[in-house]
Every structure is written in C-alpha cells, then in structure tokens.
Design a protein around this ligand. Structure first.
Ligand SMILES: [Cu+2]
Length: 205
C-alpha cells in the first residue's frame, strides 16, 4: 500500500514537472504573417486556477494619437494603466460587455487605471479621436502570448499533455473573432503549429 502511494506520488510529481513550448505561427489566407493575434492555451482544457501574472506591463499608452500597444493581453481582474503621453487630451472608453469603462477627458502626463473583471475583450476607443482603436484581451489562462511581426507566438512552460489552444485577433473573420487550433497536445521540447486565418479589411471594426 505504502509502495503504491509512493509510486503514485512519483508519477504525480514527475508528470507535473514535464513542460513544453508551444510555438504558433499565424498567417492570413494569402500567406502573410499576422501580427497581434493572441494565442491562448488551456492545459487539459481548463482555465488557470489562482493568480495569473505576465511579464509585460498592463498598460495602454496614448501616444501620437494612437493606443500603444494596439493589442494588450492581461489576466482577468488586472488593473490596467492608461497614461496619456500626448499634448492633447483623450477620453478613453470601452463599451465591451463585462469590461465597460469611461475615462473622462484627461491631459498630458496624467494616468488612470481601470480594473477589467471579465475574461473576454475590451475594445477601446477615444471620444475625441475616432481613429484611435485598441484592444485588450482579458484572459483566464496563464499560458497566453501575442504574435510578433513574423506572426509567431511562443508560449513556454506549458504542462505536457492535452491542451486546447485558441487564436484570437480583433479582425479575425469567425465567431467571437476566434478559432480553435487543431493541436491537442504539448510534449517536451517545442511543438510547432501553423494556423491560417481570414482577416476583415483593416479598420473594418
Ligand atoms: Cu483621443
């Protein structure tokens, strides 16, 4: 009995220790790399229990009459900062269900923070400048990353085993702007996947 218990513990801890990297390349149907796609990985199909932290700042600056970055990933419940680095004032808002907010006109060097309580999307705009468009993807998994200029997102330390992986982009032509990746498992080392997506014309939001 004790032997079996010990064996089970060894199996449990060794399987916990195994982790791999998932590298996803997102391309448009005409073969071009798609930047700013968000890849979300759910080990065992489950959201992360407990606190989630990412190494990048939870921050959307207003600079040169634009939101920077265009797409930001934050964990559910995160406090997001909205510093205004412009000389003009901005009036930032989101009408997205579950993550609505409004930051009344505020000026240069001023900062505001907002808590985003709901997993999903906060599409942000500015009441003064219609061309200002940005997106915050609020996630309930610790395993998420954004594609770079080459269309590649790399997610490391994903526990080995079966996973559900989803790709989201604000202009992805699909229900909820999201597609599920065919990959069903991550092993040791790097698992590489490619997804082709159809995007709506830029600015067609
Ligand atoms: Cu503005």
């Amino acid at each position: 009995m004790r032997f079996i218990a010990t064996l089970l513990l060894i199996v449990f801890f060794s399987s916990k220790a195994l982790a791999g990297t998932l590298s996803v390349t997102v391309r448009s149907t005409d073969g071009k790399p798609v930047q700013d796609a968000v890849v979300m990985v759910y080990p065992g199909g489950q959201p992360t229990r407990g606190p989630i932290t990412f190494p990048w700042p939870y921050r959307v600056a207003q600079q040169n009459i634009q939101f920077t970055p265009f797409v930001l990933i934050v964990p559910v419940g995160a406090e997001v900062a909205f510093p205004n680095l412009d000389k003009v004032r901005h009036h930032v808002y989101s009408f997205s269900a579950g993550n609505k907010f409004e930051l009344k006109l505020y000026g240069r060097e001023e900062n505001r923070t907002v808590r985003l309580p709901t997993a999903g999307v906060a599409a942000i705009g500015c009441n003064i400048h219609d061309q200002m468009v940005g997106f915050i993807r609020v996630v309930d998994t610790a395993y998420a990353a954004k594609t770079d200029a080459a269309g590649v997102a790399t997610i490391s330390d994903v526990p080995s085993g079966s996973v559900v992986a989803r790709v989201w982009h604000p202009y992805l032509r699909a229900m909820k702007n999201e597609k599920t990746l065919a990959t069903t498992s991550v092993g040791n080392g790097t698992t590489r996947e490619t997804m082709a997506v159809e995007l709506r014309p830029q600015g067609g939001h």
